[in-house]
Design a protein around this ligand. Structure first.
Ligand SMILES: NC(=O)c1ccc[n+]([C@@H]2O[C@H](COP(=O)([O-])OP(=O)(O)OC[C@H]3O[C@@H](n4cnc5c(N)ncnc54)[C@H](O)[C@@H]3O)[C@@H](O)[C@H]2O)c1
Length: 449
């Protein structure tokens, strides 16, 4: 949701497409952060470098996307989501072109894919892990040349930074380079798909939709297919077909803020904070209630700490603008003083070490302690009662709510993951957090640690 610094380094360019075998992959990662200004100029170079190489693109001989079925998928953005989408496509027999603005960003994506594939291969083909990985990787080519990347594409899925301007610039450019039959899809989680699509001509707008994958893509079954008023039935059917082919479970939604998952989850988390603000219940009890009573993998306060209070506040304020336009109910996103106070004081959740819970240590530590500091976030938070066993049950024996007057034994985050897995969720905390479909880096870090 909030655009984060991407991992980009120098603006290298590689015009020829490169296909990959597992053994040919260097192991380094792109790692430097990057300002918005030099990100934009790199992207502009990426597209203008491409322009000259693309004259014949629209005359490509590849089979048509919608009618003939999607066989060639081009993914823009080799970050967390793009790499996952490319991997899942390649695993399911699609020919993939993965495109990004620098070679280092592409290498970063390939590293994500090979790491993930090695885990998948252990289950899928334990006797020939290398063979499995090689076969999948042979379906993936990479290029920094955006026009070349779409020459033969039946479907383009965009998973680049969450910026309306940058996405519109990319799609406007691709509209002139891709085959007429090529379908365009965006993986945006928070922007209007319709507004992104408007960068393209009318014909393409009929072949434009949202394809909202969840993080981590290889593990998460759900895909939300977002239909704008212009999306044609043919486009929608082709997208359903290809997501099923990729082993996903598609659901359909209009272009409405938060689509389905986030639209329900964000107000749910906000209402949970309001309950605590009013003193109706403690965060621990709310979490325990939703975990044990509703069967959720984690309660709303643990989720809030993973997603980040700042991210949640940012989403709510964006939606308040939508509420002004009558697109979403005002009451759902009314400001919550307690959340704003927490954000101001740096209690952002796991990313700052403190949110509703306090954490020290990292995933994998065997004695990660959740310490009491006696601070209170609001007057209401001091009203807690002592119930160590209940807290243990709710939080995997080790969490404690800040300023809540409970002392809970230290233990590990992974204990909670394991107990969730035992109870049938088969997901760790990181993955559970990402189930929300929010851009939850912390969840990813834990999953991929
Ligand atoms: N991270 C999540 O949990 C999550 C979940 C669902 C949807 N999304 C959405 O997916 C998209 C990507 O998110 P991410 O987390 O993978 O981001 P990321 O920062 O990991 O990766 C973005 C990549 O896009 C590349 N890029 C930027 N401009 C480009 C351009 N013009 N052409 C090609 N590549 C370009 C960057 O170099 C980077 O490698 C965003 O729209 C985000 O909202 C993210």
């Amino acid at each position: 949701m909030i655009p984060r610094p991407a991992s980009l380094l120098s603006p290298l360019r590689c015009r020829s497409m490169t296909s990959h075998s597992a053994s040919a992959l260097p192991a380094h990662h792109a790692g430097a952060s990057f300002t918005a200004a030099n990100r934009l100029s790199t992207i502009q170079r990426h597209m203008s470098a491409s322009a000259s190489a693309s004259a014949s693109a629209s005359g490509s001989s590849s089979t048509t996307g919608a009618a003939g079925g999607v066989k060639r998928l081009t993914v823009f953005g080799a970050g967390l989501m793009g790499a996952g989408i490319a991997q899942v496509g390649a695993q399911n027999g699609l020919k993939i072109v993965l495109s990004d603005v620098t070679d280092q960003a592409l290498q970063n994506g390939l590293n994500i894919i090979t790491k993930s594939l090695s885990r998948v291969a252990k289950k899928a083909q334990p006797d020939d892990i290398e063979g499995f990985t090689k076969t999948v990787m042979s379906n993936i080519e990479t290029t920094t040349d955006a026009a070349k990347a779409v020459e033969e594409a039946d479907l383009v899925v965009e998973a680049i930074i969450e910026s309306l301007k940058v996405k519109r610039d990319l799609f406007g450019f691709l509209d002139t380079k891709a085959k007429d039959s090529c379908i365009f899809a965006t993986n945006t989680s928070s922007l209007s798909v319709t507004e992104i699509a408007e960068a393209c001509g009318n014909e393409r707008q009929a072949r434009f939709a949202g394809l909202h994958f969840f993080n981590p893509v290889p593990a998460m079954k759900l895909v939300e297919i977002i239909r704008t008023p212009q999306t044609s039935d043919e486009t929608y059917n082709a997208l359903r077909e290809v997501t099923l082919k990729m082993g996903k479970a598609p659901v359909t939604c209009k272009d409405t803020p938060g689509f389905i998952v986030n639209r329900l989850l964000v107000p749910y988390m906000l209402e949970a904070i309001r309950m605590v603000e009013r003193g109706d219940a403690t965060p621990e009890d709310v979490d325990q209630a939703m975990e044990l009573g509703a069967g959720y993998p984690m309660g709303p306060f643990k989720l809030l700490d993973f997603v980040g209070l700042d991210t949640t506040s940012y989403i709510a304020s964006g939606w308040r603008e939508k509420a002004e336009q009558g697109v979403i109910s005002k009451e759902l996103v009314e400001p919550i003083p307690m959340m704003e106070e927490m954000v101001k004081s740096g209690r952002l959740g796991r990313k700052s070490g403190k949110g509703f819970y306090e954490v020290s240590g990292v995933h994998g530590a065997t004695e990660t302690a959740w310490q009491r500091d006696g601070e209170t976030t609001s007057g209401h938070l001091t009203k807690g009662r002592s119930d160590e066993n209940a807290a243990d049950r709710a939080t995997g024996k080790g969490t404690r709510v800040l300023g809540y007057g409970r002392t809970v034994r230290a233990t590990t985050v992974s204990t909670a993951s394991e107990s969730e897995a035992r109870s049938g969720w088969k997901r760790g905390l990181g993955e559970g957090a990402s189930t929300v479909g929010l851009d939850c880096r912390e969840g990813r870090r834990i999953m991929h640690a």
